[in-house]
Design a protein around this ligand. Structure first.
Ligand code: SF4
Ligand code: SF4
Length: 171
């Protein structure tokens, strides 16, 4: 059943923002309750769902985050990428990055310049930390990531589904 739901979400990924907006008030209300309850097993529940759902979804059939979200790029990310690409950080920044409204480096434009046509990441081994962690469902203290997850539901079918599961389980 979950496999089918995820497959449908993936098939119609363009409708995900609309779908997420429609259910946002209910999910948001659920998240507010969860922040008050502070369930002790939230991290393990989310991590279990992460493993379950990523077993059904191949990100190479999606690539939606790499097409639409700009990951925050840290100095450490820049160093790593520059070493791998054998490019000076000044040139890398000039070519690929801009500073956003939070004063963070992000890619100048999306889709990401390192996203290949077949959805492969051309810098996979050296991709930014934010890319490695997305959609943050294996992060600890997930309770602090509920607000960002509310937004990420518009992009990623995995966090869309996990958000529903969390609200169903704890509220
Ligand atoms: S660096 Fe790789 S994983 Fe990160 S957004 Fe670009 S293509 Fe996606
Ligand atoms: S992390 Fe989510 S949005 Fe990104 S490619 Fe995988 S399923 Fe798609």
């Amino acid at each position: 059943m979950e496999k089918e739901t995820l497959a449908k979400l993936l098939e119609d990924i363009k409708s995900l923002p609309k779908l997420a907006k429609k259910s946002e008030p209910a999910i948001k209300a659920g998240f507010i309750k969860i922040k008050k309850i502070k369930p002790k097993d939230l991290d393990s529940f989310v991590q279990q769902k992460d493993s379950e759902y990523f077993a059904h979804i191949d990100c190479l059939n999606c690539g939606n985050c790499c097409r639409s979200l700009g990951p925050r790029i840290t100095e450490a990310d820049i160093d790593k990428l520059c070493k791998a690409l054998k490019i000076k950080s000044k040139d890398f920044i000039e070519k690929y990055l801009r500073v956003d409204e939070d004063s963070d480096f992000v890619f100048k434009s999306m889709p990401c310049p390192f996203l290949a046509e077949d959805n492969y990441c051309m810098v996979y081994e050296n991709r930014p930390k934010a890319c490695r962690e997305y959609p943050h469902t294996t992060n600890r203290k997930f309770i602090n990531l509920l607000d960002i997850s509310l937004k990420n539901r518009e992009t990623c079918p995995i966090i869309y589904k996990i958000s529903e599961d969390i609200v169903e389980r704890y509220t």
